[in-house]
Design a protein around this ligand. Structure first.
Ligand code: NAI
Ligand code: PYR
Length: 324
């Protein structure tokens, strides 16, 4: 069946799936959104609730429904948000979800490949780099068509924190958090800038004390847990991140976003998925950009890669990858 360029299937109708649905409903560029969950009642309720937004101004008349995996057959994009999140009373690293969510992704990917090898799959579930690596390498799916949201959310948080510090629009703050969406993530301080002015020069302009860079990166890493402790889950920021990625795909925007994908020799790293700035095209991930990194940043990227590779090896006990 022919892909419908503007049909999105969301798998997982929990807090994240629900927020992604809500955000996409007001984005204006989709014709159909389908939501699937092993809890069918929940998916049905979310779809029904979401469908009522179409009555209001600025909400396009999108078809919204609870669906089945058969809906993947003509989907252009599939967003995977299935599987548990960390809970506030057991605030643990995302990595602790690996074993359980590898099982979830196995079930989800086996269903998806029954119906399509064409849709672009955006992995959101955590630990997103581990699950992206698994989905990209173990199911024979075209690798460029699967990627994880990676550090898109962390980068948004980083830019926001810096924008707040200097009282400038977040959109004028440029820089990335790269590597793992997790504890080993790092900032690309050496190339970060505000409106083209290197970050360190911005301190001089503001006649300010130099930035406590370590504290800022620590805040970026901890803020997800702070949200979790306070509201029980995180969903708004990630939903906006997914929406941003989907818009970039739909209009072949060639935007550069820090997405998680399996490296094939960039910076001498391979066989592990983590975030690098990637050009997003209508077909998925285009070029991975080997942006200049300082010696310290390169060693942090390698540490992130080693950690993720080891974690996957320790966690995954199934059969070998399916080669395409
Ligand atoms: N990558 C990122 O930056 C972020 C990732 N996340 C991750 O997103 C995932 C979802 O988080 P929440 O929505 O808060 O969790 P949630 O617990 O609210 O929802 C998970 C949903 O997945 C469904 N589900 C479980 N197994 C399934 C299966 N095999 N097939 C279909 N549906 C299944 C459940 O019924 C539930 O409705 C978590 O892994 C969380 O850590 C959350 C925020 C940011
Ligand atoms: C839950 C999660 O991964 C985040 O909000 O960063």
């Amino acid at each position: 069946m022919k892909i419908q360029r503007n049909k999105v299937v969301i798998i997982g109708a929990g807090q994240v799936g629900s927020a992604v649905l809500s955000t996409l409903l007001s984005s204006g560029s989709l014709a159909e959104i389908v939501i699937i969950d092993k809890n069918e009642k929940k998916a049905y309720g979310e779809a029904l609730d979401g469908s009522h937004s179409t009555a209001f101004a600025y909400s396009p008349n999108i078809k919204v429904k609870q669906g089945t995996y058969e809906d993947c057959e003509d989907a252009s994009i599939i967003v995977v948000t299935a599987g548990p999140s960390a809970k506030p009373d057991e605030v643990v690293d995302r990595i602790a979800l690996a074993q359980k969510n590898i099982e979830v992704v196995k079930e989800v990917m086996e269903q998806i490949i029954t119906y399509t090898m064409d849709a672009i799959i955006i992995m959101v579930s955590n630990p997103v780099d581990i699950l992206t690596y698994y989905a990209q390498n173990y199911f024979g799916y075209p690798v460029e068509k699967i990627f994880g949201t990676g550090t898109t959310l962390d980068t948004a948080r980083f830019r926001r924190i810096l924008g707040q510090k200097y009282l400038v629009d977040t959109k004028n703050v440029h820089g990335y958090i790269l590597g793992e969406h997790g504890k080993t993530a790092f900032a690309t301080w050496s190339s970060s800038n505000i409106a083209g002015v290197p970050i360190d020069d911005f301190d001089i302009i503001y006649d300010d004390v130099p930035l406590d860079k370590e504290a800022i990166v620590e805040e970026v890493k901890q803020v997800g847990y702070e949200i979790l402790i306070n509201k029980g889950y995180t969903n708004i920021g990630i939903a906006k991140s997914v929406d941003r990625i989907i818009q970039a795909i739909l209009i072949n925007e060639l935007s550069v976003l820090p997405l998680s994908t399996t490296l094939t020799g960039e910076y001498g790293i391979e066989d592990v998925a983590l975030s690098l700035p990637c050009i997003v095209t209508k077909d998925g991930i285009g070029r991975r950009l080997e942006v200049p990194l300082s010696v310290d940043e390169t060693s942090k990227l390698r540490a992130s890669a080693d950690f993720l590779r080891e974690t996957f090896k320790k966690t995954y006990k199934g059969p070998e990858p399916k080669k395409v």
